[in-house]
Design a protein around this ligand. Structure first.
Ligand SMILES: [Ca+2]
Ligand SMILES: [Ca+2]
Ligand SMILES: [Ca+2]
Length: 517
């Protein structure tokens, strides 16, 4: 490989052009747009890429040569259905010669290449819109036909592009040349041209094979991330993260890997790795080494190899890029907090002599998690058998096991029929009309209520207290508790009804031994 780097305009002499900052425009089909949230919002980095520049048909794969080993086609200036996309020639007949593999010379890229000398000594060129100040890369492969052929690469103002490099190659192998070019001030259209200098044999229709030509911007991958549902979500729910990577550069990105670490307070949902859209789409296993994705439980890291074997084509070839997804389950540790996460893509710019490692990150995706509590109620009675006319004393305890403080705590505790309220006292809040309004109950705290009632009717009574709060209760099964109390007929004369008297004596003074629930 030869490496030629002849800069016509030094980079330092040119001010970089400030590009307008635009919001990411990727919206995933079937998902809600990214949510608005409090806190510093971070856009993908880069949020946008330099204005894309790339040649059309740089590998001369179009039009396809059929019915022979080579063919001459009209250039792009000719409005003909079989015109060569992108390329023009200075040849007066506007013909461009393209060879297929059937001519016995192996192409560098694809199945076809061009012979610069078609019918006349000429120049092949493309004019591309460019932004002053931007750095462009070029690459070409060149080969002689009958001996050593020579061409010049000219880049610059269409009125007079300047020579950048000379390529001289023989017939045994392709020579590959690379370089960079910075668009000078004021130049919004740039010509990229191959000029025939000489060819062995002296025949103007022979010489200078060309293939795998590139002139344009480096790969530039933009990553966007969304979470579904948008939130707020509850502890125990799953969040689906989708990440889309689009290459808005001029050349394909190499060795493209997307990594994402499962956010704090959540757990990876096994078997949820998927390439939703793009090359290699489908479900992927969590294991490493068997497909394009893996989850490492030791580090909590998810990795996807993107594109075709890690090669992500530019947005001209793959406008929607590629989209992957995975799911996490929201755990207790995230209750009342935010789950925030971002994805990272590493890739390579392979337009230079050595691969240039590059990194892009998605913006933060933040999901609010609703607070969660676990209230529990224990209800007891000091005596579970009383005579009509006697007093029953109930104790109610409500506890909040957290993890968050409970607000708006209410305990519904209606007295059964046949009991009349005498008094109620509580450590927190007030009791009125069958309802104990506790208010806020911090995580780990307990509040108690004592209710005194008079038994007015002979009956078997069941008294139930049920607690609720504004927040999600993680275990509703223990929010309610009941106690049963028997109200016996009042003894009219203790001496005439000894069985009642004996029972009353037995029960008196040892209420908790006979609690009935
Ligand atoms: Ca080709
Ligand atoms: Ca796998
Ligand atoms: Ca509970």
């Amino acid at each position: 490989m030869k490496h030629i780097r002849r800069m016509l305009y030094p980079v330092a002499a040119l001010a970089a052009t400030a590009l307008p900052l635009t919001l990411p425009d990727v919206v995933l089909a079937g998902t809600a747009p990214a949510q608005a949230y409090a806190g510093p919002a971070r856009l993908p980095d880069p949020a946008t890429c330099p204005e894309r520049v790339a040649l059309v048909n740089g590998g001369f794969e179009q039009p396809v040569v059929t019915g022979g080993a080579w063919a001459s086609f009209p250039d792009a200036s000719q409005s003909r259905p079989n015109a060569v996309p992108g390329w023009r020639t200075t040849s007066t007949d506007h013909l461009i010669e393209i060879w297929s593999t059937r001519m016995g010379v192996p192409p560098v890229e694809g199945n076809q290449f061009a012979e610069l000398n078609a019918t006349q000594v000429a120049t092949l060129y493309q004019d591309r819109p460019t932004t002053p100040g931007q750095k462009l890369y070029w690459r070409l492969s060149h080969r002689g036909r009958l001996g050593t052929d020579t061409l010049a690469l000219d880049i610059g103002d269409p009125a007079g592009p300047a020579q950048q490099a000379i390529a001289s190659d023989g017939t045994t192998k392709w020579g590959t040349y690379t370089g960079t070019y910075t668009v000078p001030a004021g130049m919004t259209t740039t010509r990229f041209a191959f000029r025939s200098v000489s060819a062995t044999g002296g025949n103007p229709t022979y010489g200078n094979f060309l293939d795998d030509v590139f002139f344009g911007t480096a790969p530039c991958v933009v990553v966007n991330k969304t979470a579904s549902p948008r939130g707020p979500v509850n502890v125990g729910e799953e969040i689906t993260y989708r990440l889309t990577a689009v290459n808005r550069g001029g050349d394909a990105a190499g060795d493209v890997r997307l990594t994402d670490t499962v956010p704090a307070g959540t757990a990876f949902v096994p078997g949820s790795l998927q390439i939703v859209d793009g090359p290699g789409s489908g479900a992927k296993t969590d294991q490493a080494g068997d497909d394009q994705a893996e989850f490492d439980p030791a580090t909590g890291k998810i990795t996807f190899m993107l594109g075709d074997g890690g090669r992500l084509p530019d947005s001209d070839a793959l406008p929607d890029g590629t989209t992957v997804e995975f799911r996490v389950k929201v755990g207790l540790a995230a209750a009342g907090k935010q789950v925030a996460n971002q994805g990272t893509v590493t890739y390579e710019n392979r337009l230079g002599a050595e691969p240039e490692p590059l990194t892009s990150t998605s913006g933060d995706t933040v999901t609010e998690v609703n607070p969660a509590v676990d209230l529990s109620v224990v209800k007891t009675a000091e005596r579970t058998r009383v005579a009509a006319g006697g007093m029953i004393i109930y104790h109610v305890a409500v506890r909040n096991a957290g993890p968050n403080d409970a607000t708006g705590v209410v305990v519904e505790d209606p007295l059964p029929a046949g009991l009349a309220l005498l008094s109620a006292t509580s450590t927190t809040g007030t009791y009125a009309e069958d309802t104990w309004t506790v208010g806020t109950l911090p995580a780990g705290a307990t509040a108690t209520l004592t209710v005194r009632a008079k038994a007015t009717t002979v009956a078997e009574t069941v008294n139930t207290a049920t607690a609720s709060a504004t927040e999600l209760d993680l275990d509703p099964s223990d929010n309610s508790d009941s106690v049963r109390v028997c109200v016996d007929p009042a003894p009219t004369c203790p001496y005439c009804t000894p069985q009642h008297s004996v029972l009353g004596t037995l029960l008196r003074g040892r209420p908790h031994a006979l609690l009935v629930k």
